[in-house]
Design a protein around this ligand. Structure first.
Ligand code: GRF
Length: 202
């Protein structure tokens, strides 16, 4: 079987990335993680990629005149590997027009809250601060905004009394690690269709 080629963009720990790799190496998986790119040299996710035998590169945005030049460099790496889907996994930058135009409907992100609630940074702390009883995680297609693209899938996680941001984050993360590979696999079986803001799952 020809497996779908995925690149992961990350800035940090990389636990979603390793969860994807784990699933991609199961029998019958329909995708493969072919490339990791980080905007941060010290991202632990880069080291994890090397250990897993996946080509991993640090591309320093500061070495480019602007975001377009930086993203053009990323595109060169993506095209060399014939990447079909980009998965942001803890990538701490807004995706710009260059990547969005080159990969329309082919960039996903995961967010640790039930969007459209609590976009942006510290989503788990935002949820606790607001006092919600249910939070969770969301996989969505990426558009020019912050965590604002069409929603592919969500999983709910109950907030417990006295929860800390760390404890809630841990429970949400366990669900993230299941939801993201699930969404990628649906993408490559051709079962995701974007209609306006809605993603139809066939
Ligand atoms: C996750 O909580 C994800 O939802 C958010 O950034 C965090 C990345 O964690 N976008 P990791 O690097 O995948 O461990």
């Amino acid at each position: 079987m020809n497996k779908g080629k995925v690149a992961v963009l990350l800035s940090g720990r990389g636990s979603n990335f390793t969860a994807m790799v784990r699933d991609s190496r199961k029998a019958n998986a329909n995708f493969s993680i072919c490339l990791v790119i980080s905007d941060r040299k010290d991202a632990p996710g880069l080291k994890k990629a090397v250990r897993l035998g996946i080509p991993a590169y640090h591309i320093n945005p500061k070495q480019f005149s602007d975001k377009a030049a930086y993203e053009n460099e990323i595109c060169a790496y993506l095209e060399r590997e014939n990447i079909e889907l980009i998965c942001l996994a803890g990538y701490m930058r807004l995706v710009g027009p260059v990547l969005l135009a080159r990969y329309p409907g082919r960039i996903m992100n995961i967010h640790p809250a039930l969007l459209p609630s609590f976009p942006g940074l510290d989503a788990q702390q935002q949820a606790l601060g607001y006092g919600v009883k249910i939070s969770g995680c969301t996989v969505h297609f990426v558009d020019a905004g912050t965590d604002s693209g069409p929603i592919i899938a969500q999983r709910a996680v109950a907030v417990r009394e006295g929860d800390s941001a760390e404890a809630l984050s841990r429970r949400i993360l366990r669900q993230e690690h299941r939801l993201y590979p699930w969404a990628i696999s649906r993408f490559f079986s051709g079962r995701l269709q974007i209609r306006g803001r809605t993603v139809i799952i066939k």
